[in-house]
Unconditional design. Sequence first.
Length: 376
Amino acid sequence: LAGTPPMGWNSWNAFDCNINEAKIKAAADALVSSGMKDAGYQYVDVDDCWMNGRDASGNIQWDTTKFPSGIASLASYVHGEGLKFGIYSAPNTGTCQGLYGSPAMPSVYVGSLGHEQQDAKSYAAWGVDYLKYDDCGGPLSGFAPMRDALRATGRPIVYSINPYNGNTCDPTGAHTSTCGLDLLSIANMWRIGADIKATWGDITRLIDIDASLSPYAGAGHWNDPDMLEVGNSGLSDTEGRTHFSMWAMLAAPLIAGNDLSSMSATSKATLTNTEVIAVDQDPLGEQGQLAASPGTNLQVWSKTLSGTNVRAVALLNRGTATASITVQWSALGIPTVAATVRDLWSHTDLGSFSGSYTASSIPSHGVVMLKVTSTP
Ligand code: GLA
């Protein structure tokens, strides 16, 4: 499961609690009609606020006003389009909206603490393929019981957790602080920081947290810098492309968070750039790393791809002025002789270069993304 970073769409960033059956179906439809499904997006995930307490036997109930046909029927609709279906809960009495929403409604937006097996069985019976399990102030020890409960159902369910409770969880404590969770054996992906918003400051905040966590990424277990904000107001088109490029460099799950039924042609082009997606989904499963900082606010990131001496390279201009950035082959750990360079946004082979390559005129908050193949 999650042999490469999961790809899909989630309702939260676009719709918050304002979800219903029609919006989720429209998102599934749009995943197909936009070409996103063909580009690799698979999961349609319903976030917080779908539930409505428990029945007398403790079985979790969905909100029948929002989901009149029911969750199982919605999952089957999504499956009918060749997609997979995801849902949300928390290891606490309520979900985040149940506990922190205004008004707080923990008896409506219930969490799964103490009901792990019962809820996992419901999910499996409904046809759920992905669970986002969000700490929401619950005990961090609550994540392993849900993993076990999901496994016990026998249904393959991607387990996406948010153990962030003010501290970034680091399985060893070597890079941030230890949270006492063996994340690699617990989950397929784990959030590394507080919620993303559609701002440039949040994109760089999450890149910087993720930078030190690359040792933990690999097939089946990924750092999650949070869902995408591409297409949401607050980011320019340039910033959206950079956000998407850097998530691919970081081998991050690519979970779109915009309203797919009303996205611009530019947002669609960003989300469906198959050359950038291929970097994210490279079978080697390496997370990219900062390779050089050739100037103030100028960075060179490198991700080792499968093959011999192949790198994805992002030339990232975090500054406020247009800039040139040079990548030295020596910083990439490839032979310093000729290497071919392809631009993954202009979809152009740029030629063969010895020792280094310089991209000029990178706009403020822009990125040039390359595939560099050494050809000794
Ligand atoms: C937390 C998560 C968000 C979202 C909300 C829902 O804040 O980090 O991604 O799931 O809860 O309440």
